[in-house]
Design a binder for this molecule. Structure first.
Ligand code: CA
Length: 497
């Protein structure tokens, strides 16, 4: 009897010990409008699965992303939605945009056109959110930067209504009035006041760039969590690298000699600023002695919006086709890197080092599931989730149980309008609800279907739809099933370009 009591007690203590060990600190590092190629880390793989450098990798300078990539796993094929708010709602809920219905970017003052009941009001306190789950599991939850979860005068404009203990500079809009401390991030400039960044008053009239101010405040909040001996969840969500493309003076000397347009150089300085922020946070948790217990997930929220050349062609995401807001891979492929702030024996679980995961996809919905898994939390059973934990893939192996599809459903007008793109295995279907030229500049109708085999043609150069009616029909069937499964809303009859 005594023996079994002590065995039970021992088991209970072991459980307690494991439970406490399984609450690593987590930094979700989100960069606005950063695409897969906006980094010096080679993210694409060659035919043998080895990292392959492209021209843009030599243009951008991201030494701290290189540092994180060296001690972690990065993905070649990681998908976000083609615009901001749908991805932001997916990160918070684990649901695809067709399901959570924030299908378009939220305009802070007025409802964008689209299906009548698309979720323009964004997230509310009634929604199941990642930070609320983590908070109920003992985490200190910190929000820093661009929120853009809901319009002005709606509940979700304040991140503290969505499960965060702290809000640093987050509000309803998605672009900052200004990146410059000198003009108070828009607060001191009448022309920029409409999008003035809230808080951060102590940096007004200083030369502290916005990305730096948010990082300094986030570091302070992390320090306070550590002092309280609570695990922390920091959602570090940069306003950068969204327009306005203002040059970060700390880095402009690195690009001055280039013949690229001024806006492209400014964009590169914004990229370098968020890279410094990443390095500063890694250094900070190292200084505080918690780096081996701090998981970092680095990700972009939609394809690149780098001001380089053609929207639908091969410039800002080259060699990928298209950019932010389009139905092509450059519109929805983003950098994803996961690693411990410091790899070492005290890591709660193993993450492969310097590993490029190229064989399977990952999605922004998976980040919700991964953080729930890594933190030993649980998502409510009644809450449907479209993501799956990435932890098996972070070990460096494939996960035979993960689905191989990704659907981007966009029943609105934007750069690419009224489309559903559906990837399954190597195949990708683009389906358009409206093909007529309408008021578009080009009078050519768009194709109803585009079909690509991404294994053979990763850059979407040859539309195989005309010669593959059997494959088209198969893909349409699968896409329809997925749209039904996610209870999708469709474009209204009044579709306009
Ligand atoms: Ca964005």
């Amino acid at each position: 009897m005594k023996k079994s009591f002590f065995l039970c007690l021992g088991g209970f203590l072991l459980f307690l010990n494991l439970s406490s060990k399984q609450k690593p600190n987590i930094i979700l590092f989100l960069v606005d409008d950063m695409g897969l190629m906006d980094t010096s880390v080679p993210m694409l793989a060659d035919k043998n699965g080895k990292p392959e450098r492209h021209a843009l990798n030599d243009w951008y300078r991201t030494p701290n992303m290189e540092r994180l990539a060296e001690q972690g796993v990065r993905f070649s094929q990681f998908y976000a939605q083609s615009v901001c708010s749908p991805t932001r709602a997916s990160l918070m809920t684990g649901q695809n945009s067709a399901r959570h219905r924030v299908t378009q970017f939220i305009s802070p003052e007025s409802k964008n056109a689209g299906p009548e009941d698309w979720k323009w009001e964004g997230l509310t306190s009634k929604d199941i959110t990642l930070p609320s789950i983590l908070r109920s599991n003992g985490y200190h939850t910190i929000f820093a930067g661009k929120a853009h979860f809901a319009p002005i005068d709606h509940e979700g404009e304040d991140p503290t209504r969505l499960g965060f203990d702290i809000n640093i500079a987050g509000c309803s809009f998605g672009a900052p009035g200004s990146y410059f401390g000198e003009d108070g991030y828009g607060n001191l400039d009448p022309k920029r006041k409409r999008r003035a960044v809230p808080g951060l008053e102590k940096y007004h009239k200083t030369d502290t760039f916005l990305s730096e101010a948010i990082t300094l405040e986030a570091k302070d909040a992390v320090t306070r969590s550590i002092q309280k001996e609570k695990p922390f969840f920091l959602y570090m969500s940069h306003y950068a690298v969204h327009s306005p493309f203002q040059s970060d003076p700390r880095f402009i000397k690195n690009y001055e000699k280039s013949k690229k347009p001024r806006s492209a150089k400014s964009f590169a300085t914004l990229i370098e600023g968020i890279d410094k922020s990443l390095g500063d946070l890694m250094d900070h948790v190292t200084d505080k002695g918690v780096a081996e217990n701090t998981l970092i997930l680095f990700v972009g929220d939609n394809g690149s919006d780098g001001p380089l050349g053609d929207t639908y062609g091969y410039f800002s995401s080259a060699p990928l086709r298209g950019k932010k807001g389009t139905c092509y891979e450059g519109g929805m492929r983003v950098p994803f890197i996961a690693g411990w702030a410091k790899a070492g024996k005290a890591n709660p679980f193993k993450i492969a080092r310097n590993h490029l995961h190229h064989e399977q996809i990952g999605t922004v919905m998976d980040i919700y599931s991964t953080i729930v898994d890594a933190s030993n939390s649980s998502s409510p059973a009644k809450h449907p989730v479209d993501g799956i934990s990435l932890l098996p893939q972070l070990s460096g192996k494939s996960n035979q149980e993960r689905p191989d599809h990704f659907m981007c459903h966009f029943p609105h007008s934007h750069r690419s309008s009224y489309f559903t793109s559906y990837r399954k295995g190597d195949w990708k279907l683009i389906y358009r609800y409206l093909t007529s030229a309408g008021k578009r500049k080009s009078k050519q109708p768009l194709p109803k279907y585009e079909l690509y085999n991404l294994k053979n043609d990763p850059y979407e150069t040859k539309n195989l739809a005309p010669e593959n009616s059997k494959k088209i029909n198969e893909m349409i069937g699968l896409m329809k099933r997925q749209l039904k499964e996610e209870n999708a809303l469709f474009p209204t009859k009044e579709m306009k370009w």
